[in-house]
Design a protein around this ligand. Sequence first.
Ligand SMILES: *[C@@H]1O[C@H](CO)[C@@H](O)[C@H](O)[C@H]1NC(C)=O
Ligand SMILES: *[C@@H]1O[C@H](CO)[C@@H](O)[C@H](O)[C@H]1NC(C)=O
Ligand SMILES: *[C@@H]1O[C@H](CO)[C@@H](O)[C@H](O)[C@H]1NC(C)=O
Ligand SMILES: *[C@@H]1O[C@H](CO)[C@@H](O)[C@H](O)[C@H]1NC(C)=O
Ligand SMILES: *[C@@H]1O[C@H](CO)[C@@H](O)[C@H](O)[C@H]1NC(C)=O
Ligand SMILES: *[C@@H]1O[C@H](CO)[C@@H](O)[C@H](O)[C@H]1NC(C)=O
Length: 442
Amino acid sequence: MSRGLRCFMLALAVACIGSSTAISIDEHGAIAGESGIEAASANSLAIEKAFAATQSSEDDRVVEIPAGGTYYVYSSTLANLTDVTFKIDGDLYVHDVLEDWPDTNGLYVFGFTDMTGLTITGNGKINGQGHDWWVAVARTDIAHNYRPNMFEMLRVTDCVIENFTTMDSPHFNFHMKDMLNLEIRYMTITTDWRKQEAILKEFGLFDFDLNIPMFPFNTDGFDPAGENIWIHDCEIENYDDAVAVKPSSSKYNTPCTKNVLVENIKVKYGVGMSIGSVSANSHHDCVDNVTFRNIEFEKPFKAIYIKTNPGGDEGVDSGSISNIVYENITIESPVWYAIYIGPQQMKEPDGAGTGCMAYPFGGGDENCPTNPLVPIVNVTLKDVSISGGVTPGVVRCNETAPCTGFDFDNVQYTSWASRLEGWICENVEGNEHKVQPKNCLA
Ligand SMILES: *[C@@H]1O[C@H](CO)[C@@H](O)[C@H](O)[C@H]1NC(C)=O
Ligand SMILES: *[C@@H]1O[C@H](CO)[C@@H](O)[C@H](O)[C@H]1NC(C)=O
Ligand SMILES: *[C@@H]1O[C@H](CO)[C@@H](O)[C@H](O)[C@H]1NC(C)=O
Ligand SMILES: *[C@@H]1O[C@H](CO)[C@@H](O)[C@H](O)[C@H]1NC(C)=O
Ligand SMILES: *[C@@H]1O[C@H](CO)[C@@H](O)[C@H](O)[C@H]1NC(C)=O
Ligand SMILES: *[C@@H]1O[C@H](CO)[C@@H](O)[C@H](O)[C@H]1NC(C)=O
């Protein structure tokens, strides 16, 4: 390339960058550095206005939380917008006076619905200040789902989420339904699990015998449902599911959650790279073709985790889980099950759920029934290495609908402190090769 041409192209690039400026929330009435419901409401409204402003301009499609700024936020609703970038370079704090939030479910800090072309990026962080909500749930002052998710997304197409940090979410960090073409990368999620554990101990929700929590706080990392989803190169430290791939049965974008790849992720204290829970219902909840690979777990409560929900009427309701691969997975010092494939175990403090968290202790199969209406088909575990912990794993399906097409290849369990004799595997069919200890699928 000639020097002249290079200069011309450089000038063009500078001109292009110069012509589009981000729309700062400061231009729309944001109040930096102030807490309280007034500032938080003003800031959430400023975010909505800045998003609206992007739609009337060809070039200025970026909403910016300016670097160096601190903003308290409440709840922003964004819908029916296209080709917009949300650049979070400053620090956001969620307004955590519980009385100021409505007494209902479905709350969120950021709600995105019916969007096409959404990028959320930046080097900032969002502090969910979840502590008081966790206490309120543990005390049963509020229902377990009456607290805001950090991000609630519904029917978002062509979405990228990258680079920023979320911490101490009151409830799920990212709850995403009916997503089409989603990429999540270079994200960090942290949760003060020490505080969460202290709360559980204070309110009798911790099993001191088994040294495990009887209830996680639903501070899930990423819970996506949809199609063509790629989550990679993230770090997640929380006290619940790190990534929970949820079923879909949508009439709009995605009739089944499928084609999901989750790779290169470090998880600390999580409750699994999981599928589900999948229920049996009249619209057929479905998850198909999901791969988790190159995942490192440190002290997980669970790691490889596939769960069904109880319930449903035979001949009317159904669900399915198929073609799930876990490959190149390292699990260090699991707190409880390294591998758990079977019925959902959680019981909320307000009583919802099966509550067989300590299975097979505290009641056996009758407390933890498998669901014949949600078959689990074709699950591959390849190159899985587990060190420490108390049990290899649990794989339980129903006698009338066994798990089929299971393939365990090089699953190595070393140095477990045998609270249990070996695997608990019921009604599962398949092949195992180089599995230690043997005889789950044999
Ligand atoms: C988005 O626009 C469509 C078409 O006008 C409408 O049906 C839908 O309700 C809108 N979504 C939201 C969340 O407002
Ligand atoms: C996001 O992070 C990646 C990896 O660190 C980096 O290459 C990229 O430039 C970042 N993007 C933005 C918009 O800062
Ligand atoms: C399964 O999903 C991956 C993306 O993770 C995709 O590349 C592949 O084509 C899908 N397989 C089938 C059979 O659709
Ligand atoms: C397995 O995953 C680790 C990260 O956990 C990665 O460093 C390594 O390269 C992966 N191995 C293969 C063969 O992909
Ligand atoms: C199998 O499903 C039936 C019907 O839901 C249930 O009653 C039974 O307890 C299940 N079996 C096991 C072992 O969970
Ligand atoms: C399970 O895998 C087998 C062999 O690859 C395939 O023929 C079958 O269609 C798969 N089952 C489902 C439900 O995808």
